[in-house]
Design a protein around this ligand. Structure first.
Ligand code: HAM
Length: 413
């Protein structure tokens, strides 16, 4: 029989990778709490319309990457490819308008049918933060500060560069779009076939092209800043000034447009040069009109998402997660008392394991050492009789016997 495998682009997270994953989630959650984001959870499945209406008909996610299917009632369903549109759907379906502004944190698996490669999978995970119902540049500032704190806490801040741009308001965007169409139309014959198509559907996306011939033409394309309205210019200026005042380093990348259509004003990415072509570790921006496309009421919002797998690639060290005490009964007669001691240790939130299964004490000690604990606790008839605990520090080989009461008291320190 052919051996069963995980589906292409989907991974079992085991061992050190699983430890890194949990470590990242713990830190993401802690940061969310510090910045007063409420943790919410959303379904894996949504109606296809949620993403079709919001991400843009010409976005790669909608045109080729959704895991969509018809369910038993004939509805078009998809595994969610991202959180933002889903969360806006939730704002509408739960009539959250009265509760706004609201900060929501969530994390979990997302699905995109892309060609798998290093740091790009078909099932991947994001940490996702949305600041919903706030139209001030200060919300953009706070969110970016939070992203910086997150990467600082994870120890990867120095590997990342913050690239930022403004797509202006709707008016600026239309003016820019016209300028781009005029410019790229003059060079249409030299553009890649994908970019030629985008000239009709979404000319802004041409700026994102990785095609070498396209890149040469893009180099001299008009810049967004030439089309900003006064208010869009002011908004971006105020945000950059706040970042300057708070010593946040950034690089204004005038060609940064993002692959999803719902953004206006601020867009940003945290990029790295350590992951080849998959250089965006986190990305986000303002999406004031997304909710209108889903049939909701105007709700100005900003958010960002960080890819957990990409963060995992940037963490150097293994995550420390060692067992503190391995408890070894000298003979089977002490098993029951060892479990009582273990219960005391664990109830003090200290990581401990019991070593069983080998009849002979020295074999049990060998097995205990394989767990690589800080201490081995030896519990035999003498210890039981004297109400003592004997423990050996494996790094120093120092062995100490102390009263059980002392030992338990020390767990609480
Ligand atoms: P996105 O740029 O599509 O934006 O994805 C955000 C991040 O998710 C990327 O920077 C990357 O780290 C990770 N990512 C995306 N696709 C993959 C993949 N196939 N494999 C591994 N990691 C991946 C969004 O999804 C927006 N919803 C972000 C946002 C939140 N904007 C506003 N709020």
């Amino acid at each position: 029989m052919e051996q069963l495998q995980a589906i292409r682009g989907m991974k079992d997270l085991l061992g050190d990778e699983a430890k890194k994953f949990s470590y990242i989630i713990d830190i993401a959650r802690e940061i969310a709490k510090n910045y007063c984001f409420a943790e919410n959870f959303f379904p894996l499945l949504e109606e296809v319309e949620v993403f079709k209406r919001s991400l843009g008909d010409s976005s790669d996610v909608v045109t080729k990457e959704m895991y969509d299917f018809e369910d038993k009632s004939g509805k078009q369903i998809t595994l969610r490819p991202e959180f933002t549109a889903q969360i806006m759907r939730s704002v509408i379906s739960n009539s959250m308008y009265q509760e706004l502004p609201k900060k929501i944190f969530t994390y979990g698996p997302l699905f995109r049918y892309e060609r798998p490669q290093k740091a790009r999978q078909r099932q991947f995970h994001q940490l996702n933060y949305e600041f919903i119902g706030n139209d001030s540049y200060l919300a953009d500032f706070e969110l970016i500060m939070m992203a910086v704190s997150l990467f600082e806490k994870l120890g990867i801040k120095d590997k990342l560069k913050l690239e930022i741009n403004s797509l202006g308001c709707g008016e600026s965007r239309n003016a820019y779009r016209n300028k781009l169409v005029e410019y790229f139309s003059k060079h249409k014959a030299s553009l890649s076939s994908d970019s030629q198509k985008r000239l009709d559907t979404n000319p802004l996306r041409i700026l994102d092209s990785k095609d070498e011939a396209d890149k040469k033409i893009i180099k001299d394309a008009p810049e967004f800043s030439e089309s900003y309205t006064e208010s869009a210019k002011k908004y971006f200026k105020q945000l950059l000034e706040m970042l300057d005042k708070n010593n946040v380093e950034y690089f204004v990348n005038k060609k940064l447009v993002r692959g999803l259509d719902y953004y206006s004003h601020t867009v940003f990415e945290f990029t790295t040069d350590l992951l080849g072509s998959q250089n965006a570790v986190a990305a986000g921006g303002r999406y004031d009109d997304l909710i209108l496309q889903l049939g909701g009421k105007k709700t100005a919002s900003i958010g960002f998402a960080a890819g957990v797998e990409r963060i995992m690639c940037l963490l150097d060290d293994e995550i420390e997660d060692e067992i503190k005490y391995a408890v070894v009964p000298v003979s089977d007669a002490q098993i029951n008392d060892c479990y009582s001691l273990l219960q005391e240790i664990r109830s003090n939130k200290v990581k401990a394991e019991i070593v069983l299964g080998k009849s002979n004490f020295s074999k049990r000690m060998q097995k205990a050492q394989k767990l690589n604990p800080q201490y081995v606790v030896i519990y035999g008839a003498d210890e039981l009789l004297n109400n003592e605990v004997r423990h050996k520090n494996l790094a120093t080989s120092v062995e100490v016997s102390e009263s059980k009461d002392n030992f338990i008291a020390s767990l609480r320190e």
